[in-house]
Structures are given as C-alpha cells and as structure tokens.
Design a protein around this ligand. Structure first.
Ligand code: ADP
Ligand code: MG
Length: 450
C-alpha cells in the first residue's frame, strides 16, 4: 500500500471535519424540529382549551370576540365546537347516552345567547337555532340566529320573548326575519312616562299607544274596531287609556253619529268632556244609563231594519260609541228585591247590553267597557262574552288573566306583571296581539289640536 501524500491527508481531514459539522447541523435541526413539534402541540392544546365549550359552556362568553381576533385555525374551531355542543345537548353523541345538560340558571350571562335554542327548547327539524358568528354582536344587542332545520316560526319566537327578556335581563324584540334567520335586538327601555303627542292622531284610525315591540304608534282602523273589554287592577292606567282613545274619537268625530261617555265613579272620569262637542254626551247616573241603553237598542233595531229593507250592509251614517268607565258600578243591582222597579230596570239594562253586544256591531254600535276584575262581580259573564277584543292592563291573579286570554304562555307578555301604563291588546277577530305602552294624557289635553 502506498503512503498517502500530505495533500491527501489534509483532504481527508477536511472531509472528516465537514462531515462532523453536517452531523452536528442535523442534530441541531432535529432538536429544532422536536421543539417546534412541542410548540404546535401546546398551541393546539391551548386552542382546544379555549374552545372546549362542551366541557365548559361558560367559555362561550366571549366566543364571538375571540372569533374576530384569533388565528384562522382557531376561528374555524370556534363555531365547530359550538355546533358540537348544540348537537350534544339535543341527543347524546354516544349510543345509549343522554343529551348533555347545562345549568341554565348559573350559566354566564355572556354565554346565554349561544344556548338560547336549548334554553327555550326551540328545536326545528331536530336542530337548535344557532347564533350566527358573522351577523351577531351580542355586546351591541344584536343576535341573529340561523335555523337550519326548517322555516322560522316567528309567532313562536314572539311568544318566547318574555322568557328571553328574563334570561337575558333586557328588553329584546324581533328586528327582522327571513325564511331561515331571525334577528333579535335589545331595545333601550321605553321611558316610564311618554307624554301624549297629538301628531300620533290619524284620520280613520284609533291610536292606542306605542307598540312595545316595534316602538311605533299602534293603530286600529275605525272600521275594524270591535266591542272591547278594558280591564286591569285599579291604578294601572285604564282611565288614562280611555282618554287617549277618546282623542282619536274626537279627531275622527265626523265618522261618528255620537259618542256616549258613562262614568261609574259619579262622573269624575268624563267631566272634562261635558259640552266639548255636540256629538259627545256624558252620563253618570244609573237611570240615565238605563235609558241610554234602551235608546241604543231602538236605534240598533231601526238601523238593522233599514239594512234589511234596503238589502245593504252599513246603511248608517256614522258609528255610535258607548264608553263605560268602571262598568262594575252598574253590573249588579243595589236592590236585591226581584219585584222592585229598580231590579227590573237593571235587568232590562243588562238585557239591552247583551242585545247591543250581539247585534250592535252590524249597526255601527261599539261598546267599550272598563272593569277592574273580569269577574262576575264587575262584569257578567254574558256581557263579557259579547266583547271580542280585550285591552288588559295588569291582572295579577292567574285566574283573572286566564278568564280573559285562556292560555297565558302564548301571550307576548305576562299580563299578571305588566307595569303601569302597559296593556296587552288582543283582537279576537283580527287575531292581533300587541303590548302597548300608553302615553299619558294630562287633564287639560282633552281637546283636539287646533
Ligand atoms: N300610561 C301611563 N304612563 C304613566 N303613568 C300613568 C299612565 N296611565 C296612568 N298613569 C298614572 O296612574 C294613575 C292612575 O291611572 P288611571 O288611568 O286612573 O288608572 P285606572 O283607571 O286603571 O285606575 C294616573 O293618575 C297616572 O298618574
Ligand atoms: Mg279608572
């Protein structure tokens, strides 16, 4: 074997050093790769921990904010994890298991909008509505839900609003809806006192107040007006409501033949209307009311006869309104002696009221009666049954509330807890239901504006 030359030795040394260096580099790179791998896993763990909503539903609070500012991978994971929780709450993802339960009462307020569907048990085609991440802003009071299982049932959502308000602690209403989405909006609370604004009065319509859901003036067209029972505990705003209604009567007085105002409290309520207009009369004595009711029955019969004769509907020239505040004062006869004249007159009055209730509408006669309690003491069942519309202020007793509305759970507000000046309007003919906040009318504001 020949001896390597000095150059060859030097070359070999150089190669060995280079190989060592490469080996070192490889080790370093391996270490770096391992370190990077750990870091990815740690990030992944962190991400999982931030969005493991099924283990910790409270983490949904702030999910929307996280969704907006996080990296693309986490952004994808957030709704996925949320949908996973929603489906786990509907049915178990393990065969034979139970759906996941969430303690709604103790759920973080910020997490509640996400689980509204399960809270209300509002399933559509076996899915819960989901809060839309792109179109919602819980902090600004805007929540859009996407309903994937079928069409949005707006009526059902409306019925749930009282429960929504209670759980979210706010005043929410439906802002808009499409076939598959529904948007809720948090309204600023209406002021306790809304002063009456004459600009709300409109030709051909009766203005009641502000619709709490739409925040717009609420109207009933005069030609759709039906006999109405106004009821509610004393001091909740019935008489004020009548004054507001009377402003529309006065504004539209050309459509009326006459407006009869009867007050069961000795005339206090309507004193301010005495002499206000030739078509407006006020009464407070029971005997006057007995005569008035009999007169109205005669008018009704004459109008009905004329219609039959001419074969036409509505031959009358104008409406006749009979408004009785505190009907309870006239409901029972003071004298229980059936043979007394007083008793007989009262009996005739009650019969006349029934006639007017049953057949007055086609003759243009409208009854508006207020009572405190919708009970036999304040208004006989017979008379109550001929008044298809109700304007109910607070009725604290469930029994009273159900006697007017039947099923309470389907109403847009709980009539047992309604605040002063708020009333639930239900028109059984048009099936309209609305919660109305009445403006307040001071005693000097009775006449129409010049
Ligand atoms: N819409 C309203 N907004 C604010 N306060 C009202 C409203 N309606 C009535 N009030 C207040 O409540 C009091 C009682 O109202 P009233 O109409 O006489 O009730 P009711 O006839 O049901 O006994 C009024 O004197 C008024 O101060
Ligand atoms: Mg009153």
């Amino acid at each position: 074997m020949t001896k390597p030359t000095a150059e060859q030795l030097a070359e070999a040394k150089r190669l060995i050093v280079a190989i060592e260096a490469k080996r070192h580099q490889v080790t370093n790179l391996k270490a770096l790769i391992t370190a990077a791998g750990f870091s990815v896993a740690a990030n992944e763990d962190e991400r999982c921990a931030a969005v493991n909503f099924d283990l910790e539903p409270n983490k949904l609070a702030g999910a929307m904010e996280l969704f907006r500012r996080t990296d693309p991978t986490t952004r994808q994971a957030i709704p996925q994890s949320y949908y996973f929780l929603l489906s786990a709450m509907l049915e178990s993802l393990v065969p034979g298991g139970r759906p996941k339960k969430v303690d709604f009462d103790h759920l973080h307020p910020g997490a509640r909008p996400y689980l509204l569907g399960p809270y209300l048990n509002l399933t559509v085609g076996k899915t819960f509505p989901r809060l839309c991440f792109e179109r919602s802003n819980p902090q600004r009071g805007r929540l859009t839900y996407v309903v994937t299982g079928g069409p949005v049932d707006v009526q059902l959502w409306r019925q749930h609003l009282p429960a929504v308000n209670e759980w979210f602690d706010g005043d929410w209403s439906i802002e808009k809806h499409t076939a598959t989405t529904i948007s809720l909006i948090r309204r600023k609370p209406l002021p306790d006192i809304i002063p009456f604004n004459p600009k709300w009065l409109r030709d051909g319509d009766l203005f009641l107040g502000i619709d709490v859901e739409t925040r717009k003036p609420f109207y009933v067209p005069i030609n759709e007006m039906t006999h109405t029972l106004v009821c509610g505990t004393t001091g909740m705003g019935k008489s004020n409501g009548l004054h507001v209604l009377l402003r529309s009567f006065l504004h539209n007085i050309d459509q009326f033949d006459h407006v009869h105002l009867v007050c069961g409290k000795g005339g206090v309520a309507f004193r301010r209307y005495t002499g206000i207009h030739p078509k407006v009369s006020t009464y407070s004595e029971p005997e006057d009311l007995w005569h008035l009711a009999a007169d109205l029955v005669r008018t009704m019969k004459a109008r009905n006869a004329k219609m039959v004769e001419r074969g036409e509907d509505n031959t009358y020239s104008g409406y006749i309104a009979l408004v009785i505040d505190e009907f309870g004062a006239f409901n029972l006869c003071d004298n229980p002696d059936r043979k007394s004249d007083e008793f007989k007159s009262h009996q005739a009055f009650m019969t006349a009221m029934m006639h007017l209730g049953k057949r007055g509408r086609s003759a243009g006669i409208r009854l508006i009666l207020t009572t405190q309690e919708p009970t036999e003491r304040d208004i006989s069942t017979g008379i109550k049954s001929v008044l298809p519309s109700a304007l109910a202020y607070r009725l604290p007793l469930t029994q009273h509330a159900t006697s007017v509305f039947g099923e309470l759970s389907e109403l847009p507000d709980d009539v047992r807890r309604m605040q002063l000046g708020l009333a639930l309007y239900a028109d059984s003919i048009s099936a309209e239901l609305a919660v109305i906040k009445f403006p307040i009318l001071c005693s000097e504001q009775t006449t129409d504006d010049p």
